[in-house]
Design a protein. Structure first.
Length: 567
């Protein structure tokens, strides 16, 4: 068809006219009808929306078509579903595509299927694993669920995979499991009996460190495993010295240190084998929790380690991991959330400080990757300058200036309301909590009566400490990200509030970071071997990147009728 050539030349509008002009003359042969639908969908992909293209790209299953047309059809549908971030439907189309390909190409598609399944959570996989209309698709979903759910216990994983292979003998993955799944099968989990924790327990950062320590201890006491010993070492006099003390005391896994400068010290430290046998940690009456040991000159040896911070530059090592409550990660997570919510043109209002700039830049980079479009960012300063920034960002100042010019030309008696912008469909506020109660009202009053208010999003950094209904009412319809433990209060949150009533939300997040850090110890090896393995912790849905960095997906809530409600 001529439309095909026009599309290849990048002239989608001309191709659209050509296809419409011949629509009535096409014979009812499936091959021609399929080609017309395919090209029409390709046009819509360019001039309309991906969803519109998918509506058109729909072949009846009764059509008898040559393999190449089915291949083009399923490839295109898979790509469209990928564009609208529907990985389950993308996998469904890819599983159908693989049946029409030679073995070498099918192998590549199967790898793509497996990669696409990795980010999907267990609950979603559960809801699709019994799809009897497409056994190949269902088999892939079942395999992904097994890999995630049983990854922490190799024996259970082997047993479940054996059962899956017996039930799916002709499935493409039955003969050869995905590479990372085979790797996970051969990866032993960390099962330390002696765990050391490096924290600045004295000095200026002791208050913060003690909060993390309380979280670790709370988890340790809840597990009730007397065979595991936990010991704390003070890094206030030097992280390297504390590390060497931990090695001398027989540590088999190390959590910490906490401060970025301390992490850098240990990364720079030349690791050499220990010259003497380490002594074993002893279990005290309080389930093995003991104070720091005395300084030692013992040379450190490499031990699996979970750092409680990130650093900008490091050399990845198989047994080193980085866990932090990173504001920039939260901004990246927010970009994905807005994209998933169908937002196309967000406006960012950001505090003009170092953290604000870092978060805005991270959001913008993530948004650019998702949409190939930059995010619009406005930085505000405190006081009256905040109001001016909001008015400029929303186009209110320009509108008022236009009204003033018209009145000057015609008559001052003309009555006119300002108009705010209509081209934005969401506002993401990156602000401190002290700013939020001013920033949101400024936004509310600067939306004109002619425009629909847009959804408002913000970060955990903006969360107001007050739990009063009056304060929450002022934030109605605001969507906020935070750790799951603070989005959905429970008996644990109430207990912590009773024990430490003066703790801020920031300290509670550090407490939960400590709690999750201990939970991660036995999971990290499998999480690294199997990229799709996610752990639903109290601080978020956690996964491990190939370099050992832990990703964190937060929960979201919305203020409604004076309450923060989980989404």
């Amino acid at each position: 068809m001529a439309a095909h050539a026009l599309l290849n030349e990048g002239n989608a509008n001309a191709a659209d006219k050509t296809l419409k002009s011949i629509a009535q003359d096409i014979t009812q042969k499936p091959e021609l009808l399929a080609e017309h639908k395919y090209l029409s969908a390709r046009v819509l992909e360019v001039i309309s929306t991906y969803n519109h293209a998918l509506e058109v790209l729909n072949y009846p299953s009764s059509w008898q078509l040559p393999n190449w047309q089915w291949v083009s059809y399923y490839q295109f549908k898979a790509r469209l579903y990928q564009q609208i971030n529907q990985p389950i439907e993308q996998v469904r189309q890819l599983s159908l595509l693989s049946q029409y390909l030679p073995a070498t190409q099918a192998f590549e598609v199967n790898n793509e299927i497996w990669r696409s399944l990795q980010p999907i959570n267990e609950q979603t996989l559960l809801s699709f694993r019994d799809d009897r209309s497409n056994p190949i698709f269902a088999g892939w979903v079942q395999l992904a669920y097994i890999a995630k759910h049983y990854a922490i216990n190799p024996n259970d994983l082997v047993r479940q995979l054996g059962s899956w292979q017996q039930l799916n003998p002709s499935h493409p993955a039955a003969a050869k499991l995905p590479t990372d799944l085979e790797k996970a099968l051969n990866t032993k989990p960390y099962q330390p009996k002696n765990i050391a924790v490096l924290l600045p327990l004295t000095g200026s950062r002791a208050v913060v460190a003690n909060v993390v320590k309380q979280g670790i201890i709370a988890n340790y006491m809840a597990t009730a495993d007397d065979s595991v010993s936990l010991k704390f070492f003070d890094t206030a006099t030097g992280a390297q010295a504390a590390y060497q003390q931990a090695v001398t005391a027989g540590a088999e896994f190390i959590i910490g240190p906490l401060l970025q400068s301390e992490v850098e010290q240990l990364q720079d430290m030349a690791v050499t084998p220990a010259t003497t046998e380490p002594t074993q940690l002893s279990s005290a009456a309080n389930r093995g929790i003991t104070p720091a040991a005395t300084p030692s000159t013992q040379v450190a040896k490499s031990i699996p380690q979970l750092y409680l911070n990130h650093i900008d530059s490091f050399t990845p090592q198989d047994d080193k991991f980085f866990f932090a409550l990173s504001p920039t990660d939260e901004a990246i997570d927010a970009a994905q959330r807005l994209y998933n919510d169908g937002i196309e043109q967000p406006l960012l209002l950001v505090s003009n400080d170092a953290v604000g700039h870092r978060m805005a830049e991270s959001f913008s980079q993530a948004w650019q990757q998702l949409t190939q479009k930059p995010a619009e960012i406005h930085y505000y300063d405190a006081g009256d300058k905040m109001k001016v920034t909001v008015q400029k960002a929303l186009g209110v100042i320009d509108s008022k200036e236009r009204i003033a010019r018209i009145k000057a030309i015609l008559t001052p008696k003309i009555e006119a309301d300002f108009r705010s912008r209509r081209d934005i469909d969401a506002i993401y506020m990156i602000s401190a909590s002290r700013d939020l109660l001013l920033l949101k009202p400024f936004i509310d009053v600067n939306f004109s009566v002619f425009a629909e208010p847009v959804p408002l999003y913000t970060t955990s950094r903006s969360r107001v400490e007050s739990n009063s209904r009056e304060t929450a009412s002022e934030l109605n319809n605001l969507t906020i990200s935070d750790i799951p433990w603070l989005i959905s209060p429970n008996t644990e949150t109430r207990m912590v509030n009773e024990l430490w009533p003066k703790w801020s939300n920031s300290r509670k997040r550090l407490y939960i970071m400590g709690y999750d850090a201990l939970d991660l110890v036995g999971k990290l090896a499998q999480m690294r071997a199997l990229p799709g393995y996610q752990f639903s912790g109290r601080s978020g849905v956690l996964s491990v990147q190939p370099d050992g960095t832990i990703n964190r997906q937060l929960s979201w809530g919305r203020y409604q009728r004076g309450n923060l409600r989980p989404l």
